[in-house]
Structures are given as structure tokens and as C-alpha cells.
Design a protein around this ligand. Structure first.
Ligand code: FES
Length: 167
């Protein structure tokens, strides 16, 4: 593992202004490959040293923390990239940016929680059953999609389930 070169100013350890990818990895706890991946997906950018090596600003650490938090909420990388791109001058989210973006995420989390609660309730009726009936099973036919499409077995084919299992 790469160590971080730390300067000392008046006895206080100070990170260098620009970090190598190894230093960024050590400081963030992320694998070098993950950092390269985020860079390739447009979530991070790096300057190049005279020798062509990546050099990241210290703000990249906060950017990585933002990405990790957004992933915890369930945002896709494209959604995270879009959120970061919405900030002026490609800046790293500051406290106010964080507040605005995270408020939108809260609504998203609430929706996911509600969907999971519905799924849990549906699963409760299926535990120990195993019928996977098109008529009765809410997990198999959530929202009764099949009923809106008319009579007969359709989901069995769509899910690759043998027809005799569908009710
Ligand atoms: S498996 Fe029988 S109701 Fe869902």
C-alpha cells in the first residue's frame, strides 16, 4: 500500500495540495482501480504531472465521500455524475450543495422504503407457499399486471417459468 506524504507546518501535519492516485487511495480507503473507474466515468478529474502521472486536488477526497454517500442512497453512477455536473464550474459539493442534493435523495429513499415495505408484505403471504400462482401470488404478479393483459398464461413465458406453475 502506498503511504501518504505529509508535510508539517508549524508542527501540524498537512496533506500536499495535489495527491497521487496512491495517496488518494490510501487516504480514501478506495482501491486505485475504483478511483480510475470513477475517473473514466467522468466523476473525477485529475491533472497530470510533468511525468504524466495523475495528480488529484485534495477536494477529490470530499468528492469521493459524496460519491460513496450517493451510492448508499441508491443513485446510479450516471445520476451521481449528473448531480456533480450540475454544480457550477465542476466544483466539489460544498455544504449548501450537499443540503440541496440530499433533500432530493430523502424523497427517493422514502420511495424505496415504501416499495420495500410493500415487497415485505407481499412476501409474508408467500412464505412457505411456493405456488407462484399468477392469480394469487402478489410477488409473481405484483399489481396484477397480467389481469390487465387479458386471460391466459403470459408471465410464465416472460419469466421462463414452466407453464404448469402459473395459475
Ligand atoms: S408463492 Fe404462493 S402466494 Fe406467492
Amino acid at each position: 500500500m502506498s503511504s501518504i506524504s505529509v508535510g508539517i507546518i508549524r508542527g501540524v501535519p498537512v496533506l500536499p495540495t495535489l495527491l497521487s492516485i496512491g495517496e488518494l487511495s490510501a487516504r480514501s480507503g478506495l482501491a486505485v482501480s475504483a478511483i480510475r473507474f470513477y475517473e473514466a466515468r467522468g466523476l473525477l478529474s485529475a491533472e497530470r504531472s510533468a511525468s504524466g502521472q495523475r495528480r488529484f486536488t485534495r477536494a477529490t477526497l470530499r468528492r469521493l465521500a459524496f460519491i460513496a454517500a450517493a451510492q448508499q442512497v441508491g443513485l446510479t453512477l450516471e445520476e451521481i455524475r449528473s448531480a456533480l455536473a450540475s454544480l457550477p464550474d465542476g466544483r466539489t459539493p460544498n455544504r449548501r450543495d450537499w443540503q440541496e442534493l440530499s433533500e432530493a435523495w430523502r424523497a427517493r429513499l422514502d420511495q424505496r422504503i415504501a416499495a420495500l415495505e410493500r415487497l415485505r408484505d407481499d412476501l409474508s403471504g408467500c412464505i412457505g407457499c411456493g405456488c407462484l400462482s399468477l392469480r394469487r401470488c402478489r410477488l409473481y404478479n405484483g399489481g396484477d399486471v397480467a389481469a390487465e393483459e387479458g386471460h391466459g398464461s403470459r408471465l410464465a413465458h416472460a419469466f421462463g417459468t414452466p407453464g404448469h406453475l402459473a395459475g
